[in-house]
Design a protein around this ligand. Structure first.
Ligand code: HEC
Ligand code: HEC
Length: 397
């Protein structure tokens, strides 16, 4: 396995000459660490829309993102809810916070976050990653990490790996371990989660055999008038309004109701999660959620804003039906007849072969190479010892 620069540096130091690493980095920050992070953008991606951080800041962000000790019970990190191998989600129906609180929504993927625009399932005005992270760090309803901003800097100062890492990122600051810097480094790291080497991308770049025949047939269906998928999941990130062939018509995402619920025949949603409606109070916003990116979608299950889908095939079935029918259970109703459903969801028919091909196309959107990239994995040993990856930082008690 490739050695990551950060882990090689800090990890090897800690393992071989515990304590010695800190001094050498603080007193003589390496030039390499101050250089911009070597961002390898896929050739067909748009330019990176944020400043590229230094290697040192990116490395620090990686540590913080994966460190359980940022949370109130030393058991939740950003990375435990946004895990690389699960397409930067957590595999849960809805997220579960440090104190066992359940979130009302399914964890969103962070893949290619840099190009997302407005963040979260519901808030069109929330664009700043630092503003967004106030919720998982400090939110009370639910508690996600329960981080205490008044004690975290001191706590980090007492953990061997952090003083040299903060000093390398802010070499001119005599006391760089601050909450502002924690947030700055976290944002820098999450924006570097770039993944554009899927079979679909390789196909786009001219490698015609990168997708199987079924995946290619599924792609034709995805971008057809019949299914209309590409009209909502358009553009390179599958999250912009577009013409049927996927050519974007706007750089803003849409917030839509796809007919998942129709409680009492009035288009109602489960009252704890009504989407954009909860922000605006407007009835017509009932059940509207941001169109999610489909990159990595085969790994981000369960799916839907509330994690109520266990299989991609079921999602395709319900689009074909023109809305979801729920019989029995707490929220019965026929989403096909919801007054708030987007008019483009009208249903269509697919043969069993075509159905499988459409799902096969969704499976061509996974970047296996990114999943193995050390920079996108936790640098701490706790999880990695099992996988035989020993070039990692032991977590101190
Ligand atoms: C308990 C699980 C959990 C933890 C811990 C957590 N997140 Fe999240 N994250 C979520 C959920 C759930 C959503 C969807 C939130 C919503 O729609 O309001 C989300 C959404 C996001 C988004 C928006 C993605 C998008 O496509 O709009 C970003 C960015 C993000 N999280 C970053 C972080 C960072 C940084 C941390 C650590 C400080 C973190 N998260 C910790 C569960 C978690
Ligand atoms: C009218 C716009 C629209 C059309 C057409 C559309 N989608 Fe969606 N799609 C959405 C929205 C909005 C969501 C989020 C719905 C929710 O969870 O409430 C979504 C969610 C999904 C999800 C779940 C993603 C996740 O991470 O949870 C998948 C998979 C998906 N769509 C695939 C497709 C496919 C395949 C088609 C064509 C058959 C299609 N979509 C057509 C708007 C659309």
């Amino acid at each position: 396995m490739m050695r990551s620069r950060s882990v090689g540096r800090f990890g090897a130091c800690l393992l071989l000459v515990a304590g010695g690493c800190r001094e050498s980095v603080t007193s003589n920050p390496s030039e390499t660490l101050l250089e911009p992070y070597a961002l390898a953008l896929p050739a067909h991606f748009p330019p990176f829309p944020h400043p590229v951080p230094s290697q040192a800041k990116a490395d620090l962000g990686r540590l913080l993102f994966h460190d359980f000790r940022l949370s109130v019970d030393d058991a939740r990190s950003c990375g435990i809810c946004h895990e690389g191998k699960k397409g930067y989600t957590d595999g849960f129906v809805v997220a579960v916070g440090a104190l066992g609180d359940a979130h009302t929504r399914n964890t969103l993927s962070l893949l290619n976050l840099a190009w997302r625009g407005p963040l979260t399932w519901v808030d069109p005005s929330l664009e700043d990653p630092v503003e967004q992270m106030q919720v998982p760090l400090f939110g009370r309803h639910p508690v996600e990490m329960g981080t205490d901003p008044s004690t975290l800097p001191d706590k980090l100062a007492g953990i061997d790996v952090y003083p040299p890492a903060f000093a390398a990122a802010w070499p001119d600051d005599p006391s760089p371990i601050t909450m502002t810097h924690v947030e700055d480094a976290l944002a820098a790291y999450e924006l570097l989660i770039v993944a554009g080497n899927t079979p679909y991308d390789r196909y786009l770049l001219g490698e015609h055999e990168a997708m199987s025949a079924d995946q290619k047939a599924g792609m034709e269906l995805f971008y057809s008038e019949r299914t209309g998928c590409g009209g909502c999941h358009g553009g390179l990130f599958f999250d912009r309004p577009a013409t049927a062939d996927g050519t974007p018509t706007s750089d803003r995402p849409e917030y839509l109701n796809t007919g998942l619920y129709n409680i009492d025949g009035a288009g109602g949603l489960p009252p704890n999660e009504t989407g954009l409606h909860a922000l605006t109070g407007d009835q017509e916003d009932m059940g509207r959620f941001r169109v999610p990116s489909l990159r990595g979608v085969a790994e981000t299950g369960p799916w839907g804003h509330d994690g109520s889908y266990g299989a991609l095939a079921d999602i395709v079935d319900d689009y074909a039906r023109g809305g979801r029918l729920l019989v029995g259970g707490p929220w019965p109703g026929d989403g096909r007849d919801s007054p708030w459903k987007d008019p483009r969801i009208t249903g269509f028919s697919l043969s069993a072969t075509e159905h499988a091909q459409l799902v096969a196309f969704l499976e061509a959107l996974t970047d296996v190479e990114a999943n193995a990239r050390p920079f996108l994995q936790t640098p701490f040993c706790a999880e990695e010892l099992d996988s035989g990856h020993l070039d990692c930082i032991p977590v101190e008690p």
